[in-house]
Each structure stands twice: as structure tokens, then as C-alpha cells.
Write a protein that binds this ligand. Structure first.
Ligand SMILES: C[S@@+](CC[C@H](N)C(=O)[O-])C[C@H]1O[C@@H](n2cnc3c(N)ncnc32)[C@H](O)[C@@H]1O
Length: 218
């Protein structure tokens, strides 16, 4: 386990931008996928990556798309040294520490054209009940502008079929569709018990630490 993984206290992976683009279902090959993902983002869009960890997706996309604003959102960023470890960040990338299971800051609500989230919901689905995962799903939908697009994965825990297994949905139009969308997000990203292992506990420890620091600061 790397120093950063330990400091974040969470199972942070640093998936490469090209790898994530492929997992999000763009392209048959890694190099083409990232181009397609970037091409799918509207001009001057606001984009957020929930549970961005140390992935360089935002940095890669934002560097190639100076017209967009990209927010990297992760509870791990409560430690300044973790932000530094992301390396050089283009001026259109913003780092936002936060717990997606908790109420969002007002300024984030209905602000994003694209919401990406990879490998965050599965961890929350491993809690004793589905409340944290459902709360995160509600918040992800609340981040979206009226015509915003949410892309969340992975949705299957057959690791051989991980690529391209994501839920893509537009912001639901009414309460009934929102409830159905939350159910879909939680149910489809749930890890089966056979995959449960120690990284669940490290995720929990990381969150507890974040909440402790946030409470002291608040
Ligand atoms: C497995 S990593 C995935 C990182 C990146 N999306 C990728 O696919 O390479 C999960 C990330 O979600 C973050 N995370 C877990 N629970 C969270 C929560 N409740 N709020 C915000 N971030 C959370 C962790 O800190 C970690 O960086």
C-alpha cells in the first residue's frame, strides 16, 4: 500500500485517465476513449468527479479543455498533503474536500453538466445498510443541472467485465423518476458479499477521520 493510500485512509486508486475513459464506456481502445469522453463534454461545462482520489482524469481532461471547469471531490482532500500529491493542477481544476453522503454545499447544487463517479458507490453499498449509498446517490443527482448527465460505475462485480459497465442517466424530471434513479444507482453498484474485504474498513476509517476533522473545523 502506498503512502498516499495510507494517508487517505481509503482504498484510493490512481486509475489513469485513459483507463477510466475506457471504463466509462468510451472507445474500444484506451487512446481513443479519452478523446471521445472529452468530446462528450459540452462547451464551457462544469464537471465534477465524485470520489476522484488520485486519478488524473480531471487533470488530463481539463488540460485539453481549457473552456471547462472541473471539480475533483473527495473526502481524502481534507489533508493538504494529499492535494499536493496530485501534482500540478491546471487552473480550471478545483479541489473540493467533502463527504458525498452528507448535505452538499449550496453552491454545488444543480451546478454541473457532467457528474462522473467511479468506484465510490460500491464502497458505500458495503455498509450495513443502504442509507449512505442512497444519500450519495441523492447528492449526485442534486449536483446535476436540469440537462446534466450522470455517469457512475462500475456496475458489475464480475471483474472480467468491468470495462464499460456504468450507469448513464440524465437528471430525472420528477420525484418518481428520481426515486427510481436512486434505486438503480444503489442496486447496480452494490458489491456482492464475496468481494467484501479489508478495504471496506479502511474506507470507513478514512471517513471517520474526515468527519472528525470537519467537525473540529466547523
Ligand atoms: C476506489 S477510489 C476511486 C478513485 C477514482 N475514482 C478511480 O476510479 O481511480 C474511491 C474514492 O472515493 C473516495 N470516497 C469514498 N467515500 C467517500 C465519500 N463518502 N465522500 C467522498 N469521497 C469518498 C475515497 O477517498 C477514494 O478516493
Amino acid at each position: 500500500m502506498s503512502e498516499l493510500h495510507q494517508a487517505l485512509g481509503a482504498p484510493v486508486t490512481g486509475r489513469h485517465a485513459r483507463q477510466l475513459a475506457y471504463y466509462y464506456g468510451y472507445g474500444q481502445e484506451y487512446p481513443q476513449g479519452i478523446e471521445a469522453l472529452m468530446g462528450d463534454i459540452p462547451a464551457c461545462a462544469n464537471v465534477i468527479d465524485v470520489g476522484s482520489g488520485i486519478s488524473n482524469l480531471g487533470i488530463t481532461v481539463a488540460r485539453n479543455r481549457p473552456d471547462i471547469t472541473w471539480v475533483n471531490y473527495d473526502f481524502g482532500y481534507h489533508l493538504p498533503e494529499n492535494i499536493q500529491r496530485l501534482g500540478a493542477v491546471p487552473p480550471n481544476v478545483y479541489i473540493e474536500p467533502g463527504d458525498i453522503t452528507q448535505p452538499l454545499k449550496q453552491e454545488l447544487l444543480m451546478s454541473f453538466d457532467n457528474v462522473f463517479s467511479y468506484y465510490l458507490l460500491p464502497h458505500l453499498s458495503l455498509e450495513e445498510n443502504k442509507t449512505p449509498a442512497a444519500a450519495a446517490a441523492v447528492n449526485m443527482l442534486q449536483l446535476l443541472k436540469m440537462d446534466g448527465l450522470l455517469q457512475v460505475g462500475p456496475t458489475e462485480f464480475d471483474f472480467d467485465k468491468l470495462e464499460g459497465a456504468v450507469v448513464k442517466m440524465r437528471k430525472p424530471e420528477n420525484a418518481q423518476k428520481t426515486a427510481a434513479a436512486i434505486d438503480t444507482l444503489v442496486a447496480s453498484t452494490m458489491m456482492p458479499p464475496r468481494v467484501v474485504n479489508t478495504h471496506l474498513n479502511s474506507n470507513r476509517r478514512g471517513l471517520e477521520r474526515y468527519r472528525g476533522i470537519a467537525a473540529l473545523q466547523g
